[in-house]
Design a protein around this ligand. Structure first.
Ligand SMILES: Cc1ncc(COP(=O)(O)O)c(C=O)c1O
Length: 477
């Protein structure tokens, strides 16, 4: 009888790597369990694990609260009887919203339209239209179980020839892209972002990557832009966006615009966000564009609800019909995620009962994140052997670390990438869990790590990082 072994599995699945929840995160989890079971007798040199590895704002130990309005609507959708049982517990605009959604959806225990609830798609289209000043149609919107589900769908559809069809991805990148490309046997075509210029996107780099891919017999099908960037936090200038759109049109590439951090802007006056939809429409470009958004980031931070959407622009009807066919195989995105999207695109307006609280909560979240990012960047930059671009957006910093030769040699002996070695020692010494740069991609001989700016107690936290860094460098000097 043939036995089930790892070697008998789809090799594409065996080869997938996803550093954000990789070795470091697994070890951090083990430490968390030890601390929970043994408390002060854990024998560990720290009393808590700090999850800096993932942009998961509501995770235990982090302090981003859910937006009250969103949770109130969710609660009433979950159990509509509450509207009668506790009418005074909810603001009028929440009750009105829940009634409107309930009239459309009925029980959230039922499957919805596979593309997402039509009324919610109308609201998404209106949000996009108001954001960009260009029309958007609910028929072009697909609600998804987080942006990841949409990215995965697009990549699965675009890889027409295994190991030959390629997708241009930024380096460093969010590993969803490399992982999904491996899963669907696509070729990653890396183009490097420019760290010396605040992680900007260089058209020459993209052109060089395209040329090399073609020489290697790869057929480039799409180009991914993450704006604002993960892990870099960088925002593209509009001029660069126009050049990217033109390049995609010239080479017949689908432009995949990952815009999940569009509202995480720390210095919006200097680094504003402009959607690719707006740029492409302003230009009147025919480039096929798919733009992704999510409830996981921004001020909502509802990662666990799995809500998001993508918008298709310049996508032929028959291709869109194929998308619909494929999403219908999965029946529908989670209903609470869809309701989360409705709250994302239709927050309380001035004059609504919930507005003041919503404004207070969202302002605080923006402010705290911007303060923490700035402070952490300043402190990291003052450390010897560390340089860090002060991210204008998203949830992360991505410092570069100059590691001593002896540390690199010790890492090689231990069979680890040098930055993974550094990150493991950091976790062992402080309980701080970060993701090594090797998980995002970096230039040969360079080392980075990504940490989120979501952790409270920045002073204590960065103090631990600083102490560790100095001791590590001294040890291997
Ligand atoms: C750039 C980027 N795109 C997509 C995602 C996935 O988000 P979601 O939770 O909506 O699937 C993330 C999550 O961290 C991300 O950083």
């Amino acid at each position: 009888m043939r036995s089930l072994t790892v070697d008998s599995l789809n090799p594409a699945v065996r080869n997938v790597q996803y550093a954000v929840r990789g070795e470091l995160a697994i070890k951090a989890e083990e430490y968390r369990v030890i601390l929970k079971e043994k408390g002060q007798n854990s024998g560990l040199p720290f009393d808590r694990v700090i999850s800096s590895n993932i942009g998961n704002p509501q995770q235990k130990g982090l302090d981003q609260p859910p937006i009250t309005f969103n949770r109130q609507v969710a609660a009433l959708m979950e159990w509509p009887q509450l509207m009668q049982l506790a009418p005074n517990a909810f603001p009028q605009d929440v009750i009105a919203r829940a009634k409107e959604l309930h009239d459309e959806i009925g029980s959230i225990g039922a499957y919805s339209h596979s593309q997402g609830v039509p009324l919610i798609r109308q609201h998404v289209a209106k949000f996009i239209q108001e954001r960009d000043g260009h029309p958007s149609s609910p028929d072009n919107i697909f609600l998804t179980g987080g942006a990841s589900a949409g990215v995965s769908l697009l990549i699965s559809m675009l890889i027409s020839e295994p190991h030959k069809s390629g997708v241009l991805i930024p380096i460093p990148q969010y590993p969803l892209y490399t992982a999904t490309l491996v899963q669907f046997s696509g070729a990653a075509i890396p183009y490097h972002l420019d760290e010396a210029h605040e992680w900007s996107t260089s058209i020459d780099e993209i052109k060089a990557a395209l040329k090399k891919a073609k020489e290697d017999g790869i057929d480039p099908k799409a180009l991914v832009i993450i704006n604002p960037g993960n892990p870099t936090g960088a925002l593209l200038k509009e001029e660069t966006q126009r050049e990217v759109a033109s390049l995609c049109a010239e080479h017949g590439l689908v432009l995949l615009a990952d815009e999940v951090y569009q509202s995480n802007l720390h210095r919006a006056a200097e680094f504003p966000f402009t959607s690719f939809k707006k740029v492409v429409c302003d230009m009147g470009s025919p480039v096929p564009l798919v733009s992704f958004h999510s409830i996981s980031k921004g001020v909502t931070g509802e990662c666990g609800r799995r809500g998001g959407y993508f918008e298709c622009h310049n996508i032929p009807d028959d291709v869109r019909a194929m998308m619909y066919k494929m999403v219908s195989v999965g029946l529908c995105p989670p209903l609470q995620g869809q309701i989360g999207v409705d709250c994302l695109v239709r927050p309380p307006k001035e004059g609504d009962e919930s507005y003041a609280l919503w404004k207070e909560e969202t302002t605080r979240i923006h402010k705290v994140l911007a303060q923490r990012t700035k402070l952490m960047a300043e402190r990291l930059n003052s450390l010897p052997g560390v340089s860090c671009v002060d991210s204008p957006g998203a949830l992360y910093l991505y410092p570069k670390i100059m590691l001593p030769e002896k540390a690199i040699a010790a890492a090689r002996t231990a069979g680890k990438e040098p930055d993974a070695f550094y990150a493991l020692r950091l976790l062992d010494a402080t309980g701080i869990c970060v993701v090594p740069g090797s998980g995002f991609g970096q230039k040969e001989g360079e080392y980075h790590y990504r940490l989120t700016c979501l952790c409270p107690g920045v002073d204590e936290y960065v103090g631990k990082l600083e102490k560790f860094h100095r001791e590590f460098c001294a040890k291997y000097q």
